[in-house]
Write a protein that binds this ligand. Structure first.
Ligand SMILES: Cc1cc2nc3c(=O)[nH]c(=O)nc-3n(C[C@H](O)[C@H](O)[C@H](O)COP(=O)(O)OP(=O)(O)OC[C@H]3O[C@@H](n4cnc5c(N)ncnc54)[C@H](O)[C@@H]3O)c2cc1C
Length: 378
């Protein structure tokens, strides 16, 4: 299927492609540009162009544009490898959550900084014993007057060292029997608050974006509670939907794929078959993302979209490594300063695709139980 945009969208695509190419020339090409390519400078430029919060209501400073326009811009940036990570989490999920569940004061306080690309956010969900089983989280927030006192530990918190705010998921009351999803709340926690300690974790490709974050008697105003106290699990699930259905989950290593394709022996029938399968997978993944973008997918289907797209990314990583052969074992990248790293580093990052944002196993459970109505396992 050949898809083309109407003229006004084609003009936006050309503008976004040109901007992305220029950003790569100035800030380097990054693998996994939305999580491993961090530049506050570029985020501010995106903010100035109105390319953060593109679809948010204009009354809060958003662009009031269509989801397809946002798709076109983000596809161009991520596909090119432009480092958009400093604003991506807030653009993708923190801002939308605040818009839906936040108070008027919270919208006025936090959205302008996000829209300008001035503030960075991290997501404090996972804990050492609560990843897939998020309802098992133990970080507590206990009311003391007009403050919560937060204690506990988060882990795998991307951008823990650089973020201005943590969007924290925590337990504000003990769960009633058998209802572990109750008693959970969402708090906005400024990362400079006394009592927060951040320790970066070096991942196996050498990156340092994720961290352990410790909270020791951290005092957070009750005014920073987002949504309904003790009933935010549904809010968090909705936030995860934003995290799972986007084009970021398809294109993380697409620039690497183009490099490998240019190098591959496409006269080899085996290689040709593999390229055909990857090209097909890419097109199906893009259609799935477009369906999410246009809100044509059934509720919860982003679990399937993310699974399909991230497993495609892993097949791309395998293909790239095979094309480079022994060179894929070299660790030093062609241009380490740009952040693009080596083929070997890119290959080592690939397992993360089907873990972050919900593992493929768990997303298959969601698909089976919520969409297909199959009986619950276990
Ligand atoms: C690159 C990266 C960035 C991340 N960034 C963040 C972040 O910014 N903020 C944040 O809060 N978290 C972040 N995470 C954490 C991520 O959300 C968790 O790693 C993920 O949810 C899985 O949880 P876990 O690591 O505790 O694994 P576990 O939940 O312990 O799972 C271990 C294994 O068991 C399987 N499994 C577990 N339960 C089931 C089940 N019911 N059925 C079948 N199989 C099951 C899983 O599929 C997996 O293979 C990040 C992770 C990565 C890799």
């Amino acid at each position: 299927m050949e898809m083309s945009w109407p003229a006004e969208l084609e003009a936006l695509r050309e503008e976004a492609d040109a901007f992305a190419a220029d950003a790569v020339a100035r800030f380097g090409r990054h693998d996994d540009a939305w999580i491993n390519g961090y530049s506050r400078e570029l985020s501010r430029e995106l903010g100035a162009r109105g390319w953060i919060g593109m679809t948010w209501p204009t009354e809060y400073g958003g662009g009031g544009r269509t989801p397809i326009e946002r798709f076109i811009v983000t596809e161009a940036l991520i596909d090119a490898g432009a480092p958009i990570a400093a604003s991506w989490f807030a653009d993708r999920q923190m801002g939308p959550s605040i818009l839906v569940y936040g108070t008027e004061e919270q919208k006025r306080a936090y959205l302008p900084g996000i829209l300008a690309g001035d503030t960075g956010w991290c997501i404090g969900m996972s804990e050492p014993d609560a990843g897939s089983d998020l309802a098992g989280l133990r970080t507590s927030a206990v009311r003391d007057g007009d403050e919560f006192v937060v204690n506990g530990q988060k882990i795998w918190t991307s951008f823990g060292t650089t973020a201005d705010y943590c969007y924290l998921i925590c337990r504000t009351s003990a769960p009633p029997d058998g209802k572990r999803h109750l008693g959970i709340s969402e708090l906005i926690v400024p990362m400079q608050t006394p009592g927060i300690t951040v320790k970066p974790i070096v991942d196996m490709h050498g990156g340092r974006h994720f961290c352990e974050v410790y909270f020791d008697d951290v005092r957070v105003p009750v005014a920073n509670l987002v949504g309904v106290e003790g009933e935010s699990f549904k809010q968090t699930m909705r936030q995860l939907e934003h995290e799972r259905g986007g084009i970021d989950r398809l294109l993380s290593n697409h620039a690497r794929y183009r490099d490998a394709l240019a190098k591959a022996d496409t006269t080899d029938p085996i290689v040709r078959q593999e390229v055909a399968a990857l090209e097909t997978g890419y097109r199906i993944g893009r259609l799935l993302v477009l369906r999410e973008t246009l809100k044509q997918a059934p509720a919860g289907f982003s679990a399937a979209t993310k699974t399909f797209c991230t497993e495609h990314e892993q097949r791309v990583a395998d293909f790239v490594a095979r094309v480079y052969g022994p060179d894929a074992l070299l660790w030093d990248g062609p241009d380490p300063a740009s952040g693009s790293g080596s083929v070997g580093q890119a290959f080592c990052y690939a397992p993360a695709y089907t873990i972050m944002g919900g593992t493929a196993n768990v997303l298959r459970n969601i698909l089976a139980e919520r969409l297909l109505g199959l009986p619950r396992a276990g």
